[in-house]
Design a protein around this ligand. Structure first.
Ligand SMILES: [Zn+2]
Ligand SMILES: [Zn+2]
Length: 300
């Protein structure tokens, strides 16, 4: 029996840095968010601010009070676990260690990280380095926190654009590794996956599930996009305003995803009136998806 994914998913957004933690949590809860994603610090800095145990305890209480669960941490953009530069690789490992520890302190079960790039040394070499680095580093991470590898827009020396590459990494790390996948719809489109129609997204999802078991997908980033498919340009758009049509989002949301799967908006102008518009769009796509599947179930 399939779960009614449209109702059991948890919707939320990437919380802006400005405005302060508490006001942002209250605002998100008032918009109906059940989950949130945050940066643990400046996303373009190599270090996190020092931990503040009392402040973190307060934040955890606030999240619980507003029934926002899970909290998701997005790692800094600088992190590249397959960097050809030894210093950058070392810094990346240190920052990921800090980020995983920070997630544990905040009670966040997921840390999202972009798959790295090989810096000109070739796909296979980069992939090998990425896997050996992760396999070594994850030994030191706190328990209870999983790393989610986010698919990238691909192109150039980027490693994580194809679903097959994500599957390869998970396979190499083995089933016990605390590592899963974060699917970003805009990145998939930029990497060349056809989300322009129901048929297109079905074929893309087939490819995804061939590479990655559904229960390894921990978070979806629901973003629309304005740049042409397969051009590796990552320009996020409001859900109803980009090149991915509502029916494609509806189909995506209609899969029997794991219960309580967090779906996060990283749409433009987060923190503005757009949040309400995009959350409403997401809910309406989920209802469309549930209706699509209801129709299919009725037929079979
Ligand atoms: Zn990301
Ligand atoms: Zn994303």
């Amino acid at each position: 029996m399939l779960t009614e994914s449209g109702n059991l998913m948890k919707f939320g957004l990437h919380m802006p840095l400005k405005g302060g933690f508490a006001p942002n949590i209250k605002r998100a809860a008032a918009l109906g968010c059940r989950t949130l994603q945050i940066f643990p610090g400046n996303p373009t800095a190599w270090r996190l601010p020092d931990p503040q145990p009392e402040e973190f305890a307060k934040r955890r209480r606030l999240l619980a009070e507003h029934r926002i669960d899970p909290l998701i941490i997005h790692a800094a953009y600088l992190v590249n676990m397959s960097s050809a530069n030894e210093l950058f690789l070392e810094r990346s490992c240190r920052l990921m260690q800090e980020t995983m520890e920070r997630a544990a302190l905040l009670g966040a079960p997921f840390v999202v990280m972009h798959v790295g790039n090989h810096g000109g040394r070739g796909f296979d070499t980069g992939m090998e380095l990425f896997i050996t680095t992760l396999a070594r580093e994850m030994q030191n991470w706190p328990s209870g926190v999983s790393l989610l590898l986010e698919n990238t827009a691909g192109g150039g020396s980027s490693l994580g654009g194809s679903f097959a590459s994500l599957g390869h990494i998970l396979g190499a790390l083995g089933p016990a590794a605390p590592v899963g996948i974060c699917l970003d719809t805009a990145h998939a489109w930029a990497a060349g996956y056809d989300f322009a129609s129901v048929e297109g997204i079905r074929a893309s999802m087939e490819e995804l599930f061939d590479a990655v078991k559904m229960d390894r997908i921990g978070v979806i980033h629901a973003n629309n996009i304005n740049s042409p498919r397969g051009k590796h340009r990552d320009r996020h758009m409001h859900l109803r305003e980009g090149l991915i049509p509502p029916e494609a989002f509806a189909t995506l949301l209609s899969y029997p995803w794991p219960e309580d799967l967090p779906v996060i908006l990283e749409t433009p102008e987060i923190g503005s009136h757009w949040d309400e518009i995009n959350l409403e769009a997401l809910r309406s796509f989920a209802r469309m998806g549930a209706a699509q599947r209801g129709g299919e179930d009725g037929k079979s």
